[in-house]
Design a protein around this ligand. Sequence first.
Ligand code: 59J
Length: 567
Amino acid sequence: MSSKIEHYPGRFKFVILLLALVVGVIVWMLFDRHVLNNTFLKEQGDLRSVRYMPIPAHRGMITDRNGRYLAVSTPVISLWGNPKELINIPEEWPKLATALEQDIGVLSDRIKNNKDKEFIYLARGLDPDKGESILKQKIIGVYSLEEYRRFYPAGDSVSQVIGFTDIDDKGREGIELAYNNWLTGVPGRREVLKDRRGHLIKDIQVIRPAKPGKDIQLSIDLRLQYLASRELHNAIEEYGAKSASLVLIDVKTGEILAMANQPTYNPNNRAALKPEEIRNRALLDAFEPGSTVKPFSMSAALATGRWKPTDTVDVRGGKLRIGHYTISDVSRATILDLTGVLKKSSNIGMSKIAFDIGAEPIYDVMKKVGFGDSTGLGFPGEGAGFLPVHRKWGAAETATLSYGYGISVTPTQLAHAYATLANNGVSLPLSLIKRNDVPNGTQAIDPEVSKTVRRMLQSVVEDEGGVFRARVSGYLIAGKSGTARKTIVNKGYGENHYRAFFAGMAPASNPRLVMVVVIDDPTKVGYFGGLLAAPVFSKVMSETLRMMNIVPDNLLTADGSIARTTN
Ligand code: 59J
């Protein structure tokens, strides 16, 4: 058998050779791919890697009632870096720092401190042009992200209402916070082909389109808002006041047409935000409203049927003692009818009426017009104020409630209550969002009573000796001024700190608009509401009536007599 093998020595050699050749080819191929052609293939592979990228969804717009932009999202580019790559190219850092307009020391420290990470932000929210020009320099380890940045075209005039978003586009204050879910979009997803440096080679497909956030149209009229904000600004300057607020309501719909506060801030530049500028005082700050609530106490008195406008009270002396408590009047008077009590703003007169009817009817009206309850606007941090309730009301508590102390309200609540008086006693829920339909209201004050009180408030402004600074030429105004001493923590009522108010409506014959003006802690000119707040009311109301084309109800006729429309 062994001799047989020796007969075919050539065949054996051939097989060995063949095997060796195959092994050799494999080794060569391995060598070729792993050593000779390594970079070429790696580059080819890297050049064509499939990635998934988010498609940014833009946030819904906020506009005023006429579609004017209040908050819009503009596309921006954010640049990020991969420190693992950047750490290897220190020679490029100065170029990068210059392009980013950043300090080279700070940038190199950030790269070094994050050298084990794969992501750091280099710059966020750059103008697309700027971002692209930096990307064009093709610095290794520098990548981009598409994002949106919020821009507030109306500047500082509506800032406390709109609020703002943070760097991640999330609502942080105001409407931006309250309606964050509504405004926020859902990012989409796309499949792309990218090179190793993250540069897009090819869009493959949109896996899920971005769902943009939904828009919001506010009830605010930007023209009126500008006007209100400007006049409040002038007022705090002229009066040396700490702050001021204004609320303007459409009586027929419950929509808030303007809500302004000073001091304010520019939402587009929030480098040095101060808490006192951010607060939407008109909705958040509650304080003792003083005599601006007298019309509601008067409504209660009339509604009991025990009082009619011609009835009188004796307010002689200017002081009324009840036990340890003294009620004082600033303006001296003798015998006043009910209109006179409002015109002279007699605390004594109001208290005597309150003693006669008791505190409960007054409490009931105040409760029904919304004092002590949040207005339900859903605004973050909105105040409810405070309406006291007692099982047994003492004389001092009854008196102070009737002329506006021991109770606290926000400017918006006060405006809401006046809007109810203006709307024949029907309380409509307020809205900061534009309304298409007017919701059902509730009858909070008897319609006849509200008409009577309105006529009294017209006398307060339009009659001789009235609050003439609140008047508007061509229109009849009904309203009430107020001046309230401010309480100082642990010190009771301060001698030199006041709030000046004016709350009113126009045209008085058939009111369309209600406005409340509050000036906090004036230090110049004076401190009475009739002196400081009434002129602001007059200026803003005057322009508002004209801008809204509301028919005048107080025009001079050709023969010089006054044509007054009454309802
Ligand atoms: C007033 C108060 C403080 C609290 C008094 C204003 C009270 C009171 C205890 C003295 C200035 C002042 C609970 S005045 O609003 O009566 O608006 O044009 O602050 O009475 O009992 O040196 N308003 N204001 N009262 N307190 N407590 C008048 C009046 C009002 C005016 C002027 C003159 C006060 C007509 C206020 C206005 O109607």
